[in-house]
Design a protein. Sequence first.
Length: 143
Amino acid sequence: MRDWLDKAGVEIRNAPEPELQFNYIVSLNSRKVRVYQERRDPQYICLQTIFMFTDHDNKIISCHQKGVSSLIRDLRIHLAMLGMHFSGISFPLEKVFISKKVLITDQFNEYEFSSALDRVEAAWVIFTEVVTGYGESPSSESK
């Protein structure tokens, strides 16, 4: 996994945690994605990004002419179309998790991993575009 990330030329920060086999914070075009494997569930690689919203962000979002429910619906539809798991998408937005779990099979390879990473980055872009269309961009973080 680390070799594939190094080969892609992305910025990687190792962020070890006791319950994880590995935990990398990967910067893709300034977007942070956490790539990790849990010791208790080693057959999966997990990719995750997190968005934090402030009261100011929510105030801007609440002023949209179509309303907050339209924003929430659009976010859920777009993320579901990408096959992403997500939580925290309800108003007021506070901490939104977007993730993808990839099953490690005999066919698991660099292409499959890169495709999953690309889909998480695409979800990041879509998420921020939908939210930015309603106001200022929220902050993104990874532990």
